[in-house]
Design a protein around this ligand. Structure first.
Ligand code: HEC
Ligand code: HEC
Ligand code: HEC
Ligand code: HEC
Ligand code: HEC
Length: 244
């Protein structure tokens, strides 16, 4: 065996040996936020419990993506630390200089979620409820409907009931985009629901035209349908003519 081949084989062997070790170490690297908050228990550990098994954990969105701070601080054995040592580790991880923002509320919460959910945040920020929330006048925050740490798509209208008495029709609008148009649409939906109730009907099985469609658009769709039927009829007519 010549020298070149020998060097190459040794090199390959080293890479093959070291690479899995490295990957293993990477995946076991701990997140200081999670380790310490779990260690503290009680209310400070609740965010960790809620977050575990959530869609954000599945996508590796850890505490520091939303709260900032330094998750890479090495903690060692927390139970062996003195009070000062503990406080020093905490200060290092949760320091403003490494971007820690504390509990995000108001605009800070929107900015946090906007990092990854731009379209959703913009939609909500420009809606009636989003503005009422930012003005601190009792509107729901993202966390009111989605939770802070176990983010889910909420059940509508259940999640609305803490603030709204009449939730009829709420399941037919986009709660993240309530505008003047929505209020108009909602009142039409509610009139229909009231009429159906008065007649004692069960909801109609036929698909209804979306509320936003005006008479003109409905006419246009109807015209299109008649036109297509006409063409189909004409084709059948020609085929039958040829057979004769
Ligand atoms: C060594 C322990 C320790 C580490 C590491 C740690 N925390 Fe904390 N954290 C605490 C303690 C204790 C409190 C509650 C008392 C306080 O606010 O000082 C707290 C409070 C918080 C709060 C509430 C803050 C407030 O203003 O009330 C948030 C949010 C938070 N931590 C997030 C994080 C994040 C994110 C990380 C990682 C970048 C982290 N923590 C790392 C111990 C820790
Ligand atoms: C998806 C973004 C997001 C992630 C990830 C996240 N948090 Fe939070 N956290 C929030 C928001 C938003 C609030 C404010 C909740 C509210 O206003 O109801 C909050 C509040 C808190 C609080 C204040 C007390 C409480 O329960 O509301 C603590 C402590 C905290 N988070 C710690 C953590 C820790 C530890 C992790 C990692 C396991 C974490 N957070 C991960 C967004 C996040
Ligand atoms: C670092 C990026 C990141 C940040 C910051 C973040 N998210 Fe997410 N979020 C994701 C990813 C990735 C998913 C899963 C993929 C998807 O469905 O978009 C997700 C999923 C979700 C879902 C579930 C969507 C579904 O279809 O089930 C909700 C709700 C959500 N996030 C809310 C929030 C809220 C509220 C905040 C701010 C407090 C926030 N997220 C901050 C990355 C992020
Ligand atoms: C009033 C309750 C409510 C509030 C407040 C709210 N959402 Fe939603 N969100 C919902 C519902 C219901 C859905 C599912 C239906 C839909 O897509 O509109 C949803 C869907 C989502 C989704 C999934 C993708 C999508 O657009 O369909 C994300 C991500 C999300 N919301 C993030 C946020 C963020 C970030 C905020 C704050 C800026 C927020 N939501 C505020 C109720 C709410
Ligand atoms: C934390 C309280 C809160 C929650 C939860 C909440 N809202 Fe609202 N909502 C408000 C406030 C405050 C206003 C603005 C005041 C007003 O005009 O009634 C508002 C206004 C509205 C409006 C326009 C005015 C009206 O009352 O018709 C609609 C529609 C609406 N919300 C739908 C929903 C839906 C759908 C949900 C659940 C997915 C929901 N809201 C959850 C507080 C809340």
């Amino acid at each position: 065996m010549n020298n070149k081949k020998y060097v190459l084989m040794v090199f390959a062997a080293i890479v093959l040996f070291v690479y899995p070790l490295n990957v293993h170490a990477e995946s076991k690297k701990q997140n200081a936020c999670i380790t310490c908050h779990e260690f503290l228990g009680g209310a400070l550990a609740k965010p960790v419990l809620d977050w575990k098994g959530s869609i954000h954990q599945d996508n590796a969105v850890t505490c520091n993506y939303c709260h900032g701070g330094n998750a890479g601080v090495s903690l060692g054995d927390l139970s062996q630390l003195s009070q000062q040592q503990f406080a020093a580790k905490q200060a290092l991880a949760m320091s403003r200089s490494s971007g820690f923002i504390g509990i995000p509320t108001g605009q800070a919460m929107f900015d946090t979620c906007r990092k990854c959910h731009r379209e959703s945040v913009d939609r909500y920020a420009n809606s009636i409820m989003g503005k009422v929330y930012l003005d601190n006048k009792g509107g729901p925050s993202c966390a009111t409907c989605h939770n802070a740490h176990r983010n889910v798509i909420p059940a509508v209208p259940k999640v609305c009931e803490s603030c709204h008495k009449d939730t009829s029709g709420f399941d037919r609008i986009d709660p993240m985009n309530v505008t003047a148009v929505t209020i108009n649409t909602l009142s039409k939906i509610r009139i229909k629901i009231a009429e159906q109730k008065a007649r004692g009907d069960s909801p109609s099985l036929l698909p209804e035209f979306p509320e936003e469609l005006g008479a003109f658009q409905i006419g246009f769709v109807a015209f299109g349908a008649v036109f297509i039927l006409f063409i189909i009829g004409y084709i059948i007519y020609i085929i039958l003519e040829k057979r004769r």
